[in-house]
Unconditional design. Structure first.
Length: 418
């Protein structure tokens, strides 16, 4: 900002000097206009009078006019340190500029400005000077005047010093404000952190209790399945084998008992597979998520006689194993809830992905009784619903409920791709 302001000040002062120099040249031309236009007594006398007039014109402490011919030979220069009609055509200043040539070119183009180094009369030292020159075609003269720019540099230095002082004041004020803000923010963050820490601790304790409850419920369910199912089947097999031993000599009685044992063994094997599948979905490892969800849909239709449409797209490697298990379990839980509560006649399951949003989605809808305010389910659901929410949340996804296209409830789970 300081540099920009300094440039603007320099630009304004420069523009002011340029207007000033043009006015001075206009006054000088007016002073010699009669001799230039009429040449009384001949051209030489008219030019001599014009030189004297220009030499006598001055302004401020170091303001004067100069004139040269087409070749750069001095005709008027009140403060020239050289004697006689000196030619400056090939003279360079400290920066290497052929200043007379530059001024002549701009003068012949209709008038122009040029900045160069020249000795200041009052100090006798080379100083930056801006000159304006115009051309008198009738006499072949270049007429010009200039202003020294050391005062410009001094004004800019004073302004920069003032601005730096103001900047330091502003920096001090801003530092104090920033320090106060940082302290206030630190206190606020500490308070929020303390509050969040307490809430997180409460949530952790609640989650721990819920996990224990879930584990106990799962163990109880597996125990019941083993006791009521497989254990009874194995006991039944044992009884029949004992009868078969007792009747070993009677073929007509032994063979039916053995066949019945085989049938019960098949049922036991099926139950073992069912329980194993419930504990860990091995289908995901063998056939993939898409086919596993299709099988869930078909099994659901066979076991409940509910018409089930399954629209799945191969997910390939877009999800991690944990995310696949999460979607599989959500599908299981959703179908279980539909079977228990929805009284549905039709169910639709859709699994797909959106590569533009880098997500995979699972949509399950039914035509059952639905819920009055499905959007509130995520806040007031039961244990199964909390399990679904936690599974999806653990994968960085979202689980929503809404009124579905089939007229009942619709579940929408969205998880990010891997």
């Amino acid at each position: 900002m300081l540099e920009t302001e300094a440039q603007l000040i320099e630009q304004r002062i420069t523009e002011f000097h340029q207007k000033e120099l043009k006015n001075y040249i206009s006054l000088a031309i007016s002073a010699i206009e009669f001799d230039y236009e009429n040449e009384p007594g001949g051209r030489d006398k008219a030019q001599a009078r014009a030189r004297e007039i220009l030499k006598a014109l001055n302004y401020a402490d170091d303001g004067y006019f100069f004139a040269t011919d087409r070749d750069g030979t001095t005709l008027v220069n009140r403060w020239s340190s050289r004697n006689g009609n000196t030619n400056y055509w090939n003279t360079q200043d400290a920066t290497g500029s052929f200043f007379v040539q530059e001024l002549m070119k701009k003068a012949r183009d209709g008038g122009g400005f040029h900045t160069y180094q020249w000795e200041k009369p009052s100090t006798k030292t080379p100083t930056l000077k801006m000159s304006y020159a115009t051309f008198l075609p009738k006499w072949g003269w270049m007429l010009g005047t200039g202003v020294y720019l050391d005062d410009l540099e001094e004004q800019i230095r004073i302004y920069e010093a003032d601005m730096r002082r103001e900047t330091r004041k502003a920096e001090t004020i801003l530092f104090m404000v920033a320090l106060f803000t940082v302290v206030l923010a630190a206190v606020a963050i500490a308070a929020v952190h303390y509050s969040e820490h307490k809430m997180a601790d409460m949530r952790l304790k609640a989650l721990t209790r819920r996990i224990v409850d879930i584990q106990e419920e799962e163990r109880k369910r597996v125990s019941n399945d083993l006791h009521d199912g497989i254990n009874q089947l194995l006991v039944s097999i044992r009884h029949r084998l004992e009868l078969a031993i007792d009747q070993f000599g009677n073929t007509d009685k032994v063979l039916p008992l053995l066949h019945k044992c085989l049938s019960i063994l098949d049922t036991s094997i099926s139950d073992v597979r069912r329980i194993s599948k419930a504990l860990h979905p091995s289908a995901l490892d063998n056939i993939g998520l898409s086919v596993a969800i299709r099988e869930l849909g078909h099994d659901f239709q066979d076991s409940t006689s509910t018409k089930t449409r399954v629209l799945v797209t191969p997910i390939d490697d877009r999800l991690s194993d944990r995310a696949k298990i999460a979607l599989y379990r959500v599908t299981q839980e959703a179908l279980t809830n539909i079977a228990r509560h929805a009284n549905a006649k039709e169910v639709e399951i859709e699994l797909g992905y959106n590569d533009d949003k880098h997500t995979v989605f699972l949509r399950i809808s039914d035509d059952g009784e639905g819920i009055k305010n499905p959007e509130l389910m995520t806040k007031s659901g039961g244990l199964g619903l909390r399990n679904m929410l936690e599974r999806i949340d653990a994968q960085g996804g979202e689980l929503d409920f809404r009124s579905g296209v089939l007229g009942g409830l619709e579940l929408m789970a969205v998880v990010p791709q891997e």
